[in-house]
Design a protein around this ligand. Sequence first.
Ligand code: FES
Length: 97
Amino acid sequence: MPTIRVVDRDVEVPTQGADPILFVLLDNRVTITSICGGNMSCGTCNVEVVEGMENLNPPSDDEARVLERIKRQGPNVRLACQCVPRGDVAIRIVPED
Ligand code: FES
């Protein structure tokens, strides 16, 4: 079973590989800001992928536009509500400005 390791919280949670990181974290009581509830409109759920980017679905054009709007672009930044891990990943929850 794949795992999501949150390096800045020193916690690791299992995932079935079917749900976005955001909901796996919340289901496991890992706090992460998600103002829009996963509707890809707020951008507050952005995370830095430290390891395992190859185990995530690629970002959609809409996700890229949200990241551009919130000025959180970069090859390792993703919206936790939009990426589904199909293998082990390690992330860092990006603090809000
Ligand atoms: S929770 Fe709002 S964009 Fe992900």
